[in-house]
Design a protein around this ligand. Sequence first.
Ligand code: AMP
Ligand code: MG
Length: 416
Amino acid sequence: MISVEEALERILALVPVLEPVDVPLLDALGQAAAEDVVSPLDIPPHDNTAMDGYAVRAADTAGASEATPVTLRVVGELAAGYVSDRPVEPGTAVRIMTGAPMPPGADAVVPFEETDEPAGHSFGAFAKSRDVVAILKAAQPGANIRRVAEDVRRGQPIIPKGTVLHPAQVGVIASLGMATVRVHRRPVVAILSTGDEVVEPGQPLRPGQIYDSNAWSISAMVLENGGIPRRLGIAKDTVDALTAKLREGLDADMLVTSAGVSRGDYDVVKDVLAKEGEVDFWTVRMRPGKPLAFGSFVTGGRRVPHIGLPGNPVSSMVSFELFGRPAIYKMLGRADWQRPRVRAIADEPIENSDGRRVYARVILSRHDDGRWHAALTGPQGSGILTSMAFANAFAVVPEDVPLIRPGDEVDCMLLA
Ligand code: AMP
Ligand code: MG
């Protein structure tokens, strides 16, 4: 038996970080920057006004008040998007709109509220009708000016390599003028179900058969975690069928199979996996999901990592959560695969009869006592997929804890 950590360590050691590619900004959402994003420009690119008002020389406004206004001559108007080379000479002012670059000579902006200009004037209307403005309050030098490069300086690394690109990061990169960003290519994950009893959804079900759920839950997890699922369908438990299907998956970045890896299994799956690749069959100290196959297939000089999940639908999902998801993250250059954890009060007993690490499916909610509480999602059999469907967390019971009693604290791993 190996621990969950050891299994993960061995898997990550064989999974490569994929090569960097430049992609349009939105395609990078949820991916990690493959290199530092360095700003090619200053933001703001120039000193500009933070308010609508008048660009003035602060010294001209000294002593101004409602009782003793200072009158300045209005020599022009400046809207955002336009630049003026004409200096603001002593005794003059330029009417200016938020975002417009400061004209030379001016070192402060007096907002309309501190002048005799009534609020609500549209651009152009006032300056055309009057050519003077009364300043009602003295301005300090620098007042209401957004300084060049106060947000971002040219040459500054803004987004460090490995940062996950959420909407704010996407916006920052756009603000740098970049239409593409370098990330690691999304992994194509080939997914194969095995078993004579397994049938595609949408087909009629004959006695003894069950529908394939693993290919769908695993494909969805691949997609949700930034990979590209490629479903290979279902292989019957024959050497030829399995071999053919496996080979179809060898141009992917990772191959995931389900079923046929537990001790009691019909040997054909294990045989074919072992014959076609270098695959180890592990027993991992966890529940659900004890059996796990891991190895790689070498084809045309490429090594394709392979994870062989157990067949039981819950085991399959929990194993993919613990081993497949980190593998996808590694390929994407992401190091943040750890789920957030909280301590919660167990509302029900959780048993751990045989010294494995238990991942119990729970509903985590905050109660009136201000604490998080974990309630089991019902029967915890590894075939009961609805126990996953209602869960928003795993309560994680350590290997050496035989029982969590109601009222005990338990560590919970957030799934959503
Ligand atoms: P195995 O690992 O082959 O012993 O399968 C364990 C259990 O998982 C059996 O009850 C299988 O019928 C079931 N199973 C195997 N593959 C799938 C699948 N793709 N979808 C749903 N259940 C499956
Ligand atoms: Mg089977």
